[in-house]
Design a protein around this ligand. Structure first.
Ligand SMILES: Nc1ncnc2c1ncn2[C@@H]1O[C@H](COP(=O)(O)OP(=O)(O)OP(=O)(O)O)[C@@H](O)[C@H]1O
Ligand SMILES: [Mg+2]
Length: 182
């Protein structure tokens, strides 16, 4: 089974995956893009690499040959790949997200951009438009250890086809537009 763990930068994908390494094979898309040069160039204004989605898809297909083991593909572009069996979108209240990104040293414009994207549910909408099994997990007030346990249990439910038990994670529970747009 292939799980995409996605969400706006700073929602906790990498931190959570670091705690799940004993249980799952993890593919870190950001690392793959950087280390293997799977990009079309640099967005100078944003200071980020523009991922080459076709090359990324091909590389992921190559890496995931054993479909019997569960793999987590983590990164804010993971929901744009095909062949995913379940999507977990991490969500963080924009003001908390902003604090995390400021702590990382992100410039104000980049912080604002990500806060707005989170308030507008950009990644969630992209995932829901493409796929059926999309679930949201909030990481605003939990600690990474508890969030990792929750992701682990969500994946176990996906593996066993126990979708009813995932109803509490169905999309549409967060509306943070007021927080950012007033
Ligand atoms: N419940 C939580 N789950 C995960 N991370 C949390 C949680 N609460 C606080 N954090 C903190 O939020 C930060 C998340 O950073 P992390 O690099 O994991 O995000 P990311 O989603 O991988 O971002 P990017 O898309 O830029 O790679 C870390 O500093 C982590 O300790
Ligand atoms: Mg990350």
């Amino acid at each position: 089974m292939i799980i995409a763990l996605t969400g706006t930068p700073g929602t906790g994908k990498t931190s959570i995956c670091a705690l799940l390494e004993q249980h799952y094979r993890i593919i870190d898309l950001n690392a793959l893009i950087k280390e293997e040069g799977l990009h079309t160039g640099k967005d100078e204004q944003r200071g980020s690499l523009e991922a080459d989605m076709d090359a990324l898809q091909d590389r992921v297909d190559e890496l995931v040959t054993d479909k019997t083991a569960t793999v987590i593909i983590e990164g804010h572009l993971s929901h744009l790949l095909t062949g995913i069996d379940g999507h977990i979108v991490l969500r963080t209240r924009p003001l908390v997200l902003a604090q995390r990104l400021e702590n990382r040293g992100y410039p104000p414009q980049k912080v604002q951009e990500n806060m707005e994207a989170e308030a507008l549910d950009v990644i969630l909408v992209e995932a829901v438009e493409r796929y059926e099994r999309v679930y949201e997990l909030e990481t605003t007030t939990t600690i990474p250890e508890d969030a990792a346990l929750e992701v682990h249990s969500m994946i176990q439910r996906l593996e066993s086809g126990d979708y009813e038990q995932l109803s509490g994670y169905l999309p549409g529970r967060f509306d943070w537009s007021e927080e950012v747009f007033g």
